[in-house]
Ligand binder design. Structure first.
Ligand code: PNS
Length: 161
């Protein structure tokens, strides 16, 4: 059974993430979406909010997808969950250096865990959670970049801020 982990901050989930999840579901028997809880980072959405957004967007659509939360080293989580593959989406070359460093560091710590890079559909090649938050916080439209329910949640959250 090929089990993969798709880790990330998902703050918030974008259509680029969803595209990678759909591709992963086609390749692997089981896909664990792993939301990082990083106390050093100040996310816009809490872990519970991110988890619930992911549940709404993918939980019901795919039977082979599971959503989990982790802290600490990703490779330790991968070992605990018995996953042999880490999935990462790469957009432009700017992602490459950081992703290469992470993949090689993870390989050094866990030689049997393989990182697999995937490209999302080209219409999402410039989409990032960071830019989505920036645009939404300044009143710009993020329609077509995140699921409609998340667009509404972003607007509500940013009104509160
Ligand atoms: O969505 P992001 O923020 O790009 O995801 C980054 C993530 C969560 C994959 C990365 O920060 C990570 O794996 N963190 C866990 C800590 C860890 O294992 N660090 C060593 C990586 S080489």
């Amino acid at each position: 059974m090929k089990k993969a982990i798709y880790p990330g901050s998902f703050d918030p989930l974008t259509l680029g993430h969803l595209d990678i999840i759909e591709r992963s579901v086609r390749l692997f028997d089981r896909v664990i979406i792993a939301i990082i809880t990083n106390p050093a980072k100040q996310p816009l959405f809490s872990v519970d909010e991110r988890k619930s957004m992911l549940h709404d967007a993918v939980g019901k659509r795919f039977k082979t997808v599971e959503i989990d939360v982790f802290h600490g080293l990703l490779v330790d989580f991968a070992r605990r969950r018995g996953a042999g593959v880490i999935v990462r989406g790469v957009r432009a070359v700017t992602d490459y250096e950081y992703e290469l460093q992470m993949a090689l560091m993870n390989r050094r710590m866990a030689p049997t865990v393989e990182t697999v890079f995937m490209m999302a559909a080209e219409q999402y090649s410039y989409v990032s959670s960071r830019l989505v938050k920036e645009v939404a916080s300044m009143g710009g439209s993020v329609s077509g970049l995140v699921p409609p329910a998340i667009e509404r949640k972003l607007r509500k959250k940013l009104q509160q801020a």
